[in-house]
Design a protein around this ligand. Structure first.
Ligand code: ADP
Length: 250
């Protein structure tokens, strides 16, 4: 479970990115975070794996106060949390399978990582993860030969190879066309349902958020202004979240 108790985040320049956030997210939930650009969606997501430190209140993941983690314990904690970005972050000049295999590097002895020597089990796991997102046939193709949707699936397979309990996805479909965006959201949904992985996704497409997530968190100026089932997001709720802005440009 991810629990925010009166969490605040003040950036070093004094800007208050999050204010008094209280949330409980159970294992296996699929949560979409919506809000205007600059509302604090990314800040919220990035506090979960300590890419950003919270400055007030308490944030726990499975009972562990994330601010107490340091060095090795922080690295081990982060291994259980996958992160997906809008820009895929692949090594484009190498093959798809080698990209997925990089997931194992942090746990490998130095001589194996230096020479890129992977075990049969690691290779099998990488292929299994590619199969899970429907691109097994692309395993030996160079990553830069793939479409945007396929590249995001490689990123998803690489994250799955870590055996994460949680996946944080920061605008993962923002640079994809509408049809591809839907099918990548379908992959997140399947992984969520089949593997009980908690998914937290920042998304500015409201229709996709409502269609795929079961819970929606609406953020406005660093504060949670809606937290409830996707099925109960009404025009009024959207008004509250996007008031004063253009939701098409969120
Ligand atoms: P969103 O993901 O909803 O677009 P962000 O979480 O990226 O919003 O940003 C929320 C607010 O925090 C924005 O006003 C942004 O300018 C500010 N912000 C983000 N990172 C920093 C930083 N490192 N220092 C100061 N302010 C920041």
């Amino acid at each position: 479970m991810i629990q925010f108790e009166n969490v605040g985040k003040r950036y070093p320049n004094g800007f208050q990115g999050l204010k008094n956030v209280n949330l409980k997210i159970e294992q296996g939930e699929f949560v979409a975070i919506i809000g205007l650009s600059g509302a604090g969606k990314s800040t919220l997501l990035r506090t979960v794996n300590r890419m950003h430190d919270v400055t007030e209140g308490k944030l726990t993941v499975d009972g562990v106060d994330v601010m107490t983690l340091q060095g090795k314990s922080l690295r081990q904690f982060r291994r259980k949390i996958g992160m997906i970005f809008q820009s895929f972050n692949l090594i484009t000049r190498t093959t798809v399978i080698k990209n997925v295999l990089t997931a194992f590097v942090p746990d490998m002895p130095w001589f194996r990582s230096t020479f890129g020597i992977y075990t049969k089990e690691e290779k099998m796991k990488a292929l299994e993860c590619l199969d899970k997102v429907g691109i097994l046939d692309k395993a030996f193709v160079r990553a830069d030969q793939l479409s945007g949707g396929q590249q995001q699936r490689v990123a998803l397979a690489r994250t799955l190879a870590q055996n994460p309990k949680i996946i944080l996805a920061d605008e993962p479909v923002a640079s994809l066309d509408p049809i591809t965006a839907k099918s990548v959201m379908g992959d997140f949904k399947r992984i969520n349902e089949e593997d009980n992985i908690t998914i937290l996704i920042n998304i500015h497409h409201i229709d996709l958020a409502l269609q795929y997530a079961t819970r929606v968190i609406g953020i406005r100026a660093g504060e949670v202004v809606y937290d409830g089932p996707a099925s109960e997001v009404t025009e009024e709720v959207l008004e509250k979240v996007y008031q004063g802005g253009n939701k098409e440009e969120a």
